[in-house]
Design a protein around this ligand. Structure first.
Ligand SMILES: C[S@@+](CC[C@H](N)C(=O)[O-])C[C@H]1O[C@@H](n2cnc3c(N)ncnc32)[C@H](O)[C@@H]1O
Length: 358
């Protein structure tokens, strides 16, 4: 018998393709038929890795008939998060960077072939925004069931704290495998497993700290030489943290060790700034790590701190080893685009669950 045709997928705000890698990792019978992004540098990276250049331009200018022509079954969207971040002005839907997302949401109501499945990724904070209210309104008007999650790679064995909000939606008569959690916001990946068919009230309120399984150590994510050894400092010269920054920021920096089981979220400003943008790695072999201890500046200097390389940040995002940047992309651009991307370790299982037939 002939295999059924794959689900047709549109990838909005495609960036460097974290969503597409997640779809590949999910094993879903699905293919990206088009991707959309306004950033030509991100599109260079996407094309370099997938051999397909996304439609370049403002998503806000798309019309219902533009989208109808793809007859897509699923839309995957990771719209800009600045309107909802705690550090920002939190203008939500009034922020111009939210306009394109609101526009295409509303287009769904005027389409001849609206998607049957929807997946939205954003920062924690989105779930209390008025854009979220609009999302729910549109989905309900089109008879979608939805399930929402706040999950972090830490809950998937990756020593990386990057909690993010996810909305999964399926249009009637399609159903989720675990329909008992429809209309709930879950903080556990439990219901993604086919073997678990109910989720207790408690697990809806568990945080990433309470959910940590045994995470791999940071050293498993470091750049390796072909012989399997971690690259030495001479090779990693470009990544050493200058001493004046150590003097200035001291214990405000987030320092991790090869044996650590957690590092903090890499933002798009990593490498430009050291405070609050991502962890730094202590590479000295002579110092013993004492967790939680505040160290004097003299000891901090002896830790031989370095930035994680872009490849290592990609490893924390669980990107495949085949992923890479074209030569003309600067270090700063690499970090900026990785900081905007997402965790394949988290989104892969969520997409597998979304596409699984009930
Ligand atoms: C949060 S990032 C998504 C990153 C992506 N998921 C990845 O894995 O790299 C948002 C992306 O949306 C793009 N973008 C923002 N506003 C846009 C608009 N109005 N039209 C098209 N693309 C837009 C940005 O260039 C950026 O690549």
């Amino acid at each position: 018998m002939e295999a059924p045709a794959p689900w047709r997928v549109l990838e909005f705000y495609s960036g460097i393709g974290g969503m597409r890698y997640s779809l590949m990792a999910s094993g879903a019978r699905a293919e990206v038929v088009e991707a959309f992004d306004i950033n030509d540098v991100a599109n260079d990276v996407y094309e370099h890795n997938f051999g397909h250049r996304p439609c370049q331009g403002n998503i806000q200018t798309l019309t219902a008939s533009d989208l109808d022509k793809y007859k897509a079954h699923a839309w995957l969207l990771s719209p800009p998060c600045q309107p909802y971040t705690r550090q920002g002005l939190q203008k939500h839907s009034a922020d111009a960077r939210a306009f394109s997302f609101i526009k295409i949401l509303n287009l769904m109501q005027n389409m001849r072939y609206p998607p049957q499945m929807l997946f939205v990724e954003n920062v924690v904070g989105f779930e209390v925004s008025d854009t979220h209210d609009q999302l729910l309104e549109v989905l309900s008007s089109l008879n979608f069931n939805l399930q929402e999650f706040i999950l972090s790679p830490l809950q998937f064995g990756v020593p990386y704290s990057r909690p993010r909000y996810f909305c999964l939606a399926k249009r009637e008569p399609m159903r989720f495998q675990n329909a008992s959690v429809n209309n709930k916001l879950l903080r556990t990946p439990m219901c993604l497993s086919q073997t678990v068919n109910s989720t207790s009230q408690d697990s809806e309120h568990q945080t990433e700290e309470e959910q940590d399984p045994v995470c791999k150590p940071v050293k498993d994510f470091l750049v390796k030489e072909p012989d399997g050894c971690i690259q030495n400092e001479t090779i990693l010269q470009d990544y050493i943290v200058p001493l004046n920054l150590i003097e200035r920021w001291g214990n405000a920096m987030d320092i991790v060790y090869p044996e650590s089981k957690r590092c903090c979220c890499f933002t798009k400003s990593y490498y430009r700034y050291v405070k609050g943008t991502g962890s730094l790695l202590a590479t000295s072999e002579n110092l013993k790590w004492v967790p939680e201890e505040k160290l004097p500046i003299s000891s901090l200097k002896e830790l031989h701190l370095r930035f994680f390389t872009p490849r290592e940040v990609a490893n924390f995002h669980s990107f495949p080893s085949s992923f890479w940047f074209p030569d003309h992309i600067s270090f700063r651009q690499q970090y900026a685009m990785l900081g905007n991307s997402l965790s394949v370790a988290v989104v892969g299982p969520l997409l597998r669950y979304l596409f699984a037939e009930a």
